[in-house]
Design a protein around this ligand. Structure first.
Ligand code: KIV
Length: 297
């Protein structure tokens, strides 16, 4: 007889529970992690194999970031990525993962026009992409309110805002004066009041990000904001050495995959030229004896 299925309120038994995987990370789970003092471990991913590896490594949250524009698609800024591109990448990531929370970035222009347009774009990320939350840049409280009202969890991204490169004249570290730090804190508190799930703090002095993290109930996720945040996020390609071009000072490199890949391609090229590859072990046998001049038989 079949093993009795563990009950869930709606729908079938969760696959993860059946396979005894560690429990899935949820939006309320992020808050609990902060309350328990557990660091929230986050990385970006834009494809299936990477997302699998990140899940297997035990990370809590995967962001399908608009940094895909830079590190995957070769654009100079994040402004060029489309909603369809993020949806397609989010689908691939969602297919790959069991445990981490999957968050999709709302691309530039998709939440700037009105609350209605913002909600319909965010709904596409949730319904078509499978995102469990979305992230928007800047202190856009009206949008945060509207998304929360529509039952779409939202992460607010404050500090250095890559989508504001034109408006701000570059990628500038934020919160560097007491006045600027107070404004950041106020923005983070207002985002929390509006119902944001978490706040990403990018490019902010450590002392500022640490204090903001202490003042908020919701978690902060830092990138270039020091060690005092409740979680950390980095761009996958920066961490594993796949970024072409400069890597930001705050990113630590844990592997040199671009070098590994170059070495592998060099060896393949040599083998192809010398005939070392392919050999018999890479070929399929025929099902009868076939002479070399079989076409003349
Ligand atoms: O797109 C991105 O990668 C981000 C960062 C927070 C990592 O927004």
């Amino acid at each position: 007889m079949d093993k009795p299925k563990s009950p869930t309120v709606y729908g079938p038994t969760s696959d993860a529970a059946e396979r005894q995987l560690p429990s899935k990370v949820t939006v309320p789970g992020l808050l609990q992690r902060k309350a328990k003092g557990q660091k929230i471990l986050c990385l970006t991913a834009y494809d299936y194999p990477t997302a699998r590896l990140i899940d297997e490594a035990g990370f809590d949250l995967i962001l399908v970031g608009d940094s895909m524009a830079n590190v995957v698609l070769g654009h100079a800024s994040t402004l060029k990525i489309s909603l369809d591109q993020i949806i397609s990448a989010t689908r691939a990531v969602k297919r790959a993962v069991d445990r981490p929370l999957v968050v999709a970035d709302m691309p530039f222009g998709t939440y700037h026009v009105s609350n209605e347009v913002t909600i319909s774009n965010a709904l596409r990320l949730v319904r078509e992409g499978g995102a469990q939350a979305v992230k928007i840049e800047g202190p856009r409280f009206e949008r945060i309110d509207a998304l929360v009202e529509a039952d779409i969890p939202v992460i607010a991204h404050l500090g250095l805002l890559p989508q504001s490169i034109n408006a701000r004249g570059g990628f500038k570290i934020q919160g560097k004066t007491i006045d600027a730090a107070k404004q950041l804190l106020e923005d983070a508190l207002t985002a929390q009041e509006c119902g944001a799930t978490a706040v990403v703090l990018e490019g902010v002095p450590e002392v500022v990000a640490t204090r903001i993290s202490q003042r908020l109930i919701i978690p902060t996720i830092g990138i270039g904001a020091g060690g005092g945040c409740d979680g950390q996020i980095l761009v996958f390609h920066d961490v594993v050495g796949l970024t072409t071009g400069p890597v930001p000072k705050f990113a630590k490199r844990y592997a040199h995959l671009a070098d590994e890949i170059s070495n592998a391609l060099g060896k393949l090229k040599d083998d192809l030229r010398s005939g070392e590859f392919p050999t018999a072990e890479h070929c399929y046998p025929a099902s009868e004896e076939i002479p070399a001049d079989w076409d003349s038989l």
